[in-house]
Design a protein around this ligand. Sequence first.
Ligand code: AVI
Length: 324
Amino acid sequence: MTNTATVKCDNILLHEVRTPAETLVADVHAGLMRKQKTLPAKYFYDKTGSELFDAITRLSEYYLTRTEITLLRQHVQEMAELLGTDSCLLELGSGSSIKIRLLLEAVRPRIYVPMDISREHLIDSAQQLASDYPWLTIHAACVDYSLSWEIPDFGPGRYNAFFPGSSIGNFEPGSAVKLLQQVRRLVGRNGGLLIGVDLKKDVSILENAYNDAQGVTADFNLNMLLHINRRLNADFEPENFRHKALYNEEEGRIEMHLECLTDHRVRVSGKSYTFAAGETIHTENSYKYSIDGFHRLAAQGGFAPLEVWVDPGGLFSIHYLTAS
Ligand code: AVI
């Protein structure tokens, strides 16, 4: 792996792929120079952002997590049969590693590789898992999986990937295909992918999920500015912005924005940007799919559908795909 360091962190091995600071600055600069300003969604996930996201997953409006967890609980045996035991199991965007706990006993992987961009969160959850499952070998990988990345070679055997939470929806369809192709290369010809995908549904259910009454999603969105302040020596003032989330029917996606409340300037890594009251920074897309629509995307990524589980309310789906 290029730019990678491997260290032993107590009971786990940590592989770290470092993104050079210049890349981070260049991404932010490119986004803020656009007519429709954007900021990369990866800036949501510092330690506070990861904790806020965990709080989102417990909100009554945010049906995604609890529905996916119910599906995992109900169908774990079928899923384990498809995944097979003794595989190398990679998890993209492992976060707090809550969902993997539902699969581990049934799947008994040879090696578990949680991957996440939020370093401290990744290490804490991987170490906790290692102490709760002493039989499990854990190689945690701190990577930005929206970029091109590699994992160490864990030798021959079956490889599966687990990509829960509908995080695939946070990628533009073209990038989602590239990501699936990359996962396909990693799992190889006999590999598979168990992936959670949020479904298209009534707009009010979708919009409520991203505009919760307690304002946790608003804090999550605004925290991105504080993260950029710290990481890139910027002077965003979150009070100058407000959270906005709406469903874009044509694109089939929830869009999150930060709406600017007053005319002002912001400095980021020595460069100055002008903001006008009423304009927005587009911070995230969360694409919603139909089952067929997702199968078409998966096919472009090199995967064929083998099984799909959907809750009775038709809110959420989990797919098991095999390399095609
Ligand atoms: C991580 N991802 C699947 C979440 C989503 O629903 O798109 C991120 C999120 N953004 C706002 N709330 C949750």
